[in-house]
Design a binder for this molecule. Sequence first.
Ligand SMILES: C[S@@+](CC[C@H](N)C(=O)[O-])C[C@H]1O[C@@H](n2cnc3c(N)ncnc32)[C@H](O)[C@@H]1O
Length: 263
Amino acid sequence: MYTHGHHESVLRSHRWRTAENSAAYLLPYLSPGMSLLDVGSGPGTITADLAERLSTGTVTALEATADALALTEAEIGRRGLSNVGYVVGDVHALDLPDATYDVVHAHQVLQHLPDPVRALTEMRRVCRPGGVVAARDGDYAGFTWYPRLPELDEWMALYQKVHRGNGGDPDAGRRLLSWALAAGFTDVTPSATVWLFATPEDRAFWGGMWADRVVASDFGRQAVESGRATAGDLARISRAWHAWADAPDGWLAVLNGEIICRA
Ligand SMILES: C[S@@+](CC[C@H](N)C(=O)[O-])C[C@H]1O[C@@H](n2cnc3c(N)ncnc32)[C@H](O)[C@@H]1O
């Protein structure tokens, strides 16, 4: 099960994402005219940026459901781009031909999958020999923050349980290299970057978003339904995210792992 769902509070965080702040490690490998498959394109802001960069090239957006794909399509429409195609499918078993794309990309997707090695094997199959398979995932246990509010430790412990309970790995960032090697890649370039939220605007965005997410998104619902938290716990954690956002010295660094794999 996808831990976050597509509630507005989730989309708010995903829509903040750009190719520059979320796929900088991939940009040097892109040039106009290339074909790219964007696995788990979601709200589509990164997809749209990549399509702009490829100009005469093409992007195929792949999502697990028609509803999720409609979010991508709406963003591409809003940006007036005409070089994007759409496919509903499961990255574990792609209904796409071998050796098709110059680049196969997945941002914050592998962490949610029951079998990320199989997904990378499929991404490699549909990538042309010599092309690039690129993935970036957060590493929740590697997040650091200040002030050290106890409710944020509680949030992390709860998040880890819910995400793992859904068959994913919230600490996927540190596993990307091992998964790529297990999928048979021999030429892998690893890197890591952080998103930093430490200005009043960035804290208001991240803290406000998580304050809403814990009480209103699929994550909060699953936490209560699985008996891991009460509505009262979630309300307390939500208030702590507001308190963190309001702290003038508040800091949150979100660690992300990245891999560039030669197919
Ligand atoms: C955290 S979102 C990332 C969205 C987008 N890449 C971004 O960074 O803004 C993960 C996306 O992966 C999709 N997804 C989950 N499991 C999938 C699967 N088995 N095959 C394809 N997409 C999947 C979800 O529907 C969700 O939209």
